[in-house]
Design a protein around this ligand. Structure first.
Ligand SMILES: Nc1ncnc2c1ncn2[C@@H]1O[C@H](COP(=O)(O)OP(=O)(O)OP(=O)(O)O)[C@@H](O)[C@H]1O
Length: 274
């Protein structure tokens, strides 16, 4: 693809990947659980990190947010090495298990985290209300978190991550256990956040969420099978669904096919061109 060189008027941050990984490797115990991953996450996109249970999604997410030990290779986040303290307020992270205080209400939880994040007292109430609105929890704002359903407490955690208006939001299986309506609503929220300029990296082991993402990173056994758009993955593998594409990529990796699976990687393809 003949991409013209960046012109002098092009803002360097606009085209810089939100996440840039080269030969990213993580060893846990005696096992290499991520093996030489190379990919870029483009800014302003909703990128899905898809792979079966145990494939290394959470490990990769922890590496990106800077909480994983024994990471080697290159891993830059918003132009800085992953884990740099200056990134803390720029990266929102939601873990698989909701991290809220059961004896505080949803609003009190958010107010507390807003204070921890250093949001000025005068701005806190508005920031909390906005975050509660974003996750559609205003009607439960004054319920104790301990009395909320699993899906509702996950949304409180998500609201916490939204508080600082992070540039990059990394969400580990945020839709697990949610009913289809809530899942759809959350995906709509993710796209609204991306439209406001945020980059979202969202892990899931549910392949039917693939088509809700603009781009996908498919991983299995700690290796990257592909990085591309859902449509390109279906087309290049001749598959009807991303799940079938995934299976074909696994088979071709297993057969040691001459076409290396990572040739599907289109980390530098500008958005909307593939
Ligand atoms: N302390 C450890 N020592 C060795 N291997 C580990 C350790 N912790 C995790 N692993 C292995 O690392 C691999 C990746 O785990 P990870 O939690 O990143 O996968 P995942 O894709 O997020 O899985 P899930 O979807 O089930 O959460 C797994 O095979 C797991 O068994």
């Amino acid at each position: 693809m003949n991409k013209p060189p960046p012109g002098p008027a092009e803002a360097p941050t606009a085209s810089r990947p939100a996440v840039h990984a080269r030969d990213l490797t993580v060893v846990r115990g005696s096992r290499r659980v991520l093996d030489k991953l190379s990919f870029d996450v483009e800014p302003g996109t909703v990128t899905g990190l898809l792979g079966p249970s145990g494939s290394g999604k959470s490990t990769l997410i922890r590496a990106i947010v800077g909480t994983q030990a024994k990471v080697t290779g290159t891993l830059d986040v918003l132009g800085r090495p992953a884990g740099t303290p200056a990134l803390r307020s720029r990266v929102g992270y939601v873990t698989q298990s909701p991290s809220v205080y059961d004896d505080l209400t949803a609003r009190q939880n958010l107010d507390y985290y807003a204070a921890v994040l250093g949001i000025p007292r005068a701005d806190r109430a508005a920031a909390v209300t906005q975050a509660l609105t974003d996750v559609d929890l205003t009607s439960h704002a004054d319920d104790l978190a301990g009395n909320l359903s699993g899906g509702q407490s996950s949304r409180v955690s998500l609201a916490v991550a939204l508080l600082g208006t992070p540039e990059l939001l990394v969400l580990d299986e945020p839709t697990v256990g949610l009913d289809p309506v809530l899942r759809r609503d959350l995906w709509n929220l993710f796209h609204r956040l991306a439209a406001r300029g945020a980059t979202l990296l969202i892990s899931s082991h549910v392949m039917d969420e693939a088509d809700r993402c603009e781009r996908l990173l498919l991983i299995r056994d700690g290796t990257l099978l592909a990085a591309d758009t859902p449509q390109a993955l279906r087309e290049t593998t001749g598959s009807e669904t991303v799940e079938d594409a995934f299976l074909k990529l696994v088979e071709s990796a297993r057969d040691g096919a001459t076409t290396h699976p990572q040739s599907h990687q289109a980390a530098h393809t500008p958005r909307g061109t593939s």
